[in-house]
Design a protein around this ligand. Structure first.
Ligand code: FES
Length: 131
């Protein structure tokens, strides 16, 4: 396990401001098993926010079409299946079947123009390592 590893997943400019993009990665568990890890990365101006791509009430991915994560107003994340909407900044569900629950945040940093995940151990075939 390399808890301090930093993995670049895309360039900062690969995601336009006010857009979200999904990444299907693979993590190594503490017991050494590989497990799919699907995440959402939102860029808002100079900020990046990340959440696990899993609705808290039914465990499905939020995007019903590839990379369709935002509500029609473009200001919240939305479950395409049932319409729950989530605050971008907190991941908290504000409307819909899982109201009051929240998406699981993930730690992201921007380094040398790349958006990177930290605090996880990725299977390196699925992402470029930068540690
Ligand atoms: S799975 Fe929870 S709102 Fe869609």
């Amino acid at each position: 396990m390399q808890p301090d590893s930093v993995y670049a997943i895309c360039g900062f400019n690969d995601i336009s401001s006010r857009q979200a993009m999904g990444f299907n990665l693979m993590v190594v568990d503490d017991d050494g098993n590989h497990r799919p890890w699907s995440i959402i990365v939102v860029r808002w101006g100079k900020k990046v926010l990340g959440y696990v791509n899993k609705c808290p009430h039914n465990s499905v991915n939020l995007d019903w079409e590839l990379n369709q994560f935002l509500d029609p107003y473009g200001i919240r994340l939305m479950c395409g299946k049932h319409g729950s909407t989530f605050e971008l900044g907190t991941g908290r569900c504000v409307e819909g079947p899982c109201q009051g629950r929240a998406l699981t945040p993930i730690a992201l940093v921007v380094l040398d123009g790349d958006i990177c995940v930290v605090g996880v151990h990725l299977v390196e075939d699925d992402a470029s390592a930068n540690n």
